[in-house]
Design a protein around this ligand. Structure first.
Ligand code: CDP
Length: 216
């Protein structure tokens, strides 16, 4: 049987990770959260207190760190950083770090190595265009920014955090703009991706659309 590769791309809060995680469970394939990897690099760079615009310093951080996944946890240099990579500080800086060409080429290499030889569903910004250009299925999820911010706020509240809706809307728009305009593999819909507007859809409905396409 050939391996199944499913690419799910889209802007912040479009529902990619929730949907991709559930589809992985249903299809019993590996889920890879590529955003978590860029967050992990950002976390390490902040911890090392380097200048995030210093390419050589970023390279040193990337070259020295190990990243692996255990169930849905992300382990960096042997420590579980699943919670630590979701802080506001990391979120505010991740677009800058992930725009770095070396950071991207290293992460893409590691992502492709994980996809090699097994069935995967990956979510990110450049999966359909750069990481898995020959993926069997490509989806591009979009949604109204306010709705995306509402979802992010609900996620935060579920974890016991608070947040301000307007601030989250502003952060989402700032990151979308930055991610879409960077030079190296910007956030962009692959030509052969199926676009799904999730604004008025439930998670279950989005999953249904994807599974229908995959099973047909
Ligand atoms: O907050 P959200 O879950 O939407 O973002 P994420 O998937 O955790 O990704 C965080 C950031 O990593 C994005 O804003 C991008 O700057 C970057 N990223 C990327 O450049 N390429 C990817 N394949 C995934 C994430």
């Amino acid at each position: 049987m050939t391996n199944l590769q499913i690419a799910v791309d889209g802007p912040a809060g479009s529902g990619k990770s929730t949907v991709a995680k559930k589809i992985a469970e249903q299809l019993r394939i590996t889920y890879l959260d590529t955003g978590a990897m860029y967050r992990a690099v950002t976390y390490k760079a902040l911890e090392a207190e380097i200048d995030l615009n210093d390419q050589a310093a970023l390279k040193a951080v990337v070259d020295q760190m190990t990243i692996c996944f255990n169930q849905n946890s992300i382990i960096v240099d042997g420590l579980d950083v699943s919670e630590a990579i979701r802080t506001q500080r990391v979120t505010l800086n991740v677009s800058l770090v992930s725009a770095d060409a070396y950071v991207r080429s290293e992460m893409v290499k590691r992502q492709q190595a994980i996809a090699n030889g097994q069935s995967v569903i990956m979510d990110g910004r450049d999966i359909g265009t750069t990481v898995l250009p020959n993926a069997s299925y490509k989806f591009f999820l979009v949604a109204d920014p306010r709705e995306r911010a509402r979802r992010r706020l609900a996620e935060l509240s579920a974890k016991g955090f608070t947040g301000d809706l307007d601030e989250i809307v502003a952060d989402i728009i700032r990151r979308d703009t930055f991610d879409s305009n960077r030079e190296v593999s910007p956030l962009k819909k692959a030509e052969d991706a199926i676009e799904i507007d999730t604004t008025d859809l439930t998670i279950e409905e989005v999953i249904e659309v994807i599974l229908k396409a995959v099973r047909s």
